[in-house]
Design a protein around this ligand. Structure first.
Ligand SMILES: [Fe+2]
Ligand SMILES: [Fe+2]
Length: 406
């Protein structure tokens, strides 16, 4: 017998199970099947199914569900802005799975942002167990969503910053949170009718690694999608983009944020970040070998230049080639202490000019086409208080013409 409380309870069980098991795991697939079955049965009577979460009360259609009064999941959802879930028509199993994944991503992000604000370390295990949990808004498949996408990446940015702090503190890479950020960004890219690339503008120089990681993640997912990869691969490229500079947590801050040209010794320290990054990723998570490869290779040029130097030159992974071009694009379009941001047209001309030497020509061409077709859209961090200063003209002038440190 399927009814509304049965469906909602199975929905909550599915979300809990999904936070513990990776995609494709039988336990996870099983419980999603169960919840999907209950939804399907519920829609036999009326295909349009809606729930409202009003704190302690859950309303099905226009009737409160008495047996779910005080249900903690209702509070979680409502407390953070999901007041309503609506299925206007029947959805496929895949659409239902995507919907649940996005809800879970938001729960994870919200919990991580709360932990970051409270300065708490990660407790491990399920990301939805600690702190106050909730969703800011629905950003999911068109049939399911009732709200529009606001391109504010505040929670994503906080989560990434916190991930970097966790990694710096030797706690290992918070993988669930990294994947939640990627899912959320993927949803933001597809929230409108047209695909957009939500790119953050840097506000403070010390936020560079955070905003840059998010931007490279968005661009890498965009490019992976543009060349026709499937959703799972696109997300794997997104995780690789998000983590490509994770090795920078090992670089001393005075070198990382130095307002001027690096000395040869400092340059050598800086150039260790790909190797450090690959090491951190490999030590944390064996399933992330693609991200580890990309972290290692993202500064290696097509002609063998860049770093680290390979004793036996070989072709880099396709994902590394993609992330490389996205990385340079974002680095050059951003204000740095030693150089003013380049206008987008100048950056694109640079990418075109370096196709065949630094960049794989095909990858560079596809990147340029994508940028022509899909609109890069400014995304906001909520707090606008600390505006970034323009770099001093002297510093900008003395910098080398093109030395992206992405
Ligand atoms: Fe980078
Ligand atoms: Fe880098």
């Amino acid at each position: 017998m399927s009814d509304a409380p049965t469906f909602l309870t199975s929905l909550a069980q599915a979300l809990s199970t999904m936070s513990l098991y990776p995609e494709g795991h039988p336990a996870r697939e099983g419980i999603v099947d169960v919840a999907y079955g209950h939804l399907h049965a519920l829609q036999k009577e009326d295909r349009r199914v809606s729930f409202s979460f009003l704190g302690d009360d859950v309303v099905f259609g226009d009737r409160p569900i008495r047996s779910l009064r005080g249900w903690d999941w209702s509070n979680r959802l409502a407390g953070a802005g999901i007041q309503r879930i609506e299925f206007e028509t029947e959805v496929t199993r895949q659409e239902f799975d995507d919907f649940l994944s996005q809800v879970l991503a938001k729960l994870t992000l919200y919990a991580a942002a709360q932990a970051a604000q409270a300065g708490q370390p990660r407790h491990g295990g399920s990301p939805i167990k600690f702190g106050q949990v909730g969703l800011r808004e629905m950003e999911s498949a068109p049939q399911l969503a009732t709200a529009t996408v606001a391109l504010s990446l505040h929670e994503e940015a906080e989560t990434v910053q916190w991930m970097h702090e966790e990694t710096q503190g030797g706690h290992g890479l918070p993988l669930a949170e990294a994947e939640a950020v990627v899912r959320s960004l993927a949803a933001a890219m597809h929230g409108d009718k047209a695909i957009v690339l939500p790119l953050l503008e840097l506000r403070r120089f010390d936020e560079y690694t955070t905003t840059h990681s998010l931007n490279v993640c968005v661009l890498a997912m965009g490019l992976a999608e543009w060349i026709g990869l499937g959703a799972r691969d696109v997300r794997a490229f997104g995780v690789a983009g998000l983590l490509h500079d994770i090795g920078k947590v090992k670089i001393p801050l005075d070198v990382l944020n130095k307002p001027g040209r690096l000395t040869p010794e400092e340059r050598e320290i800086m150039n260790r970040h790909p190797v450090e990054g690959a090491r951190i990723i490999m030590a944390s998570e064996e399933n992330l070998d693609l991200a580890a490869v990309v972290a290692y290779e993202h500064h290696i040029m097509l002609n063998g230049g860049g770093y680290p130097r390979l004793d036996y030159p070989r072709e880099c992974h396709q994902a590394s080639k993609l992330v490389h071009v996205c990385d340079v694009y974002d680095a050059l379009r951003t204000n740095r202490p030693y150089r003013a941001a380049w206008p987008p047209a100048k950056v694109l001309a640079y990418v075109e000019e370096r196709a065949g030497t630094e960049f794989e020509p095909d990858v560079a061409q596809r990147f340029l086409k994508m940028m022509e077709e899909w609109e890069p859209k400014p995304a906001a961090l909520e707090d606008q208080s600390a505006a970034i200063p323009e770099p001093a003209p002297a510093a900008a002038a003395s910098a080398p013409a093109a030395a992206p440190q992405g």
